[in-house]
Design a protein around this ligand. Structure first.
Ligand code: 5GP
Length: 229
């Protein structure tokens, strides 16, 4: 499985910077991944149902120079989702083989159902090219990236997207009304635990309004990459 769908130059505009780019790239392969990297990895995380995907879509619509990592997943594609664009849709066997060979930055089983993972090499390539690079992943994955940052020579900024209130998160989560009482209670419990994680992350953005939240996220990225916002 080749996760490299586009080169950094195709997928985002390298920004002019006075940071020095390492010329020796041998450390980029899987066996010697130690840094230092020039760009900072932005990790967008938050509770299920908070609207990470919507905020991220608005951000990228406004700032196409941002590169969003394409995750691998074992879940089935939803109508309209395109392999290699929304996700790399893989079998469990393929996923586990990639995981064993160390090709993921992080992996997690989300909702106890499907495997999700961030392919490592494209992230390193985009950071090295100084393309603003963002992951949109769950809380377990964000914790894992923080743990591995030093080992990989990456600087990471974790952004927690929070709902305006617990009640609002509940409303978004159970709004569809299709779940059983047991599923509903499990989701509420998960929401409670996930909201309590807020303090673990570097920046908190409240998703009270998608445009405003996306603007705030852009300010974080612009600051980290030395772009005039
Ligand atoms: P969905 O299946 O609805 O697209 O995503 C479900 C959840 O998985 C979302 O919270 C999303 O942020 C998270 N997710 C997507 N890709 C990854 C990944 O590569 N790693 C981790 N840890 N979570 C991911």
């Amino acid at each position: 499985m080749n996760y490299q769908t586009s080169t950094p130059a195709e997928s985002g505009t390298p920004l002019s910077t006075d940071a020095t780019h390492p010329t020796d790239t041998t450390w980029m392969n899987d066996s010697s991944p130690a840094g230092p990297r020039t760009g900072r990895l932005i990790v967008l995380t938050g509770p299920a149902g908070v609207g990470k995907g919507t905020v991220e879509a608005k951000l990228r619509a406004d700032h196409p120079e941002i590169w969003l990592s394409v995750s691998a997943t074992t879940r089935a594609p939803r109508p309209g989702e395109v392999d290699g664009v929304n996700y790399h849709f893989v079998t469990e066997e393929e996923f586990l083989a990639e995981e064993r060979s160390g090709r993921f930055l992080e992996t997690a089983v989300v909702h106890g159902m499907a495997h999700y993972g961030t392919p490592l090499q494209p992230v390193l390539d985009h950071l090295d090219a100084h393309v603003p690079t963002i992951l949109e992943i769950d809380l377990q994955g964000a914790r894992r990236v923080k743990e591995r940052a030093a080992e990989l020579g990456m600087e990471v900024v974790t952004v927690f997207l929070a709902p305006p209130s617990f009640d609002e998160l509940v409303r978004r989560l159970v709004g569809r009304g299709t779940e059983t009482e047991e599923q509903r209670n499990r989701r509420l419990e998960t929401a409670r635990v996930e909201l309590a994680a807020e303090s673990e992350f570097d920046v908190v953005i409240v998703n009270d309004d998608v445009d405003r939240a996306a603007g705030e996220l852009w300010s974080v990225i612009a600051r980290e990459y030395g772009i005039k916002a």
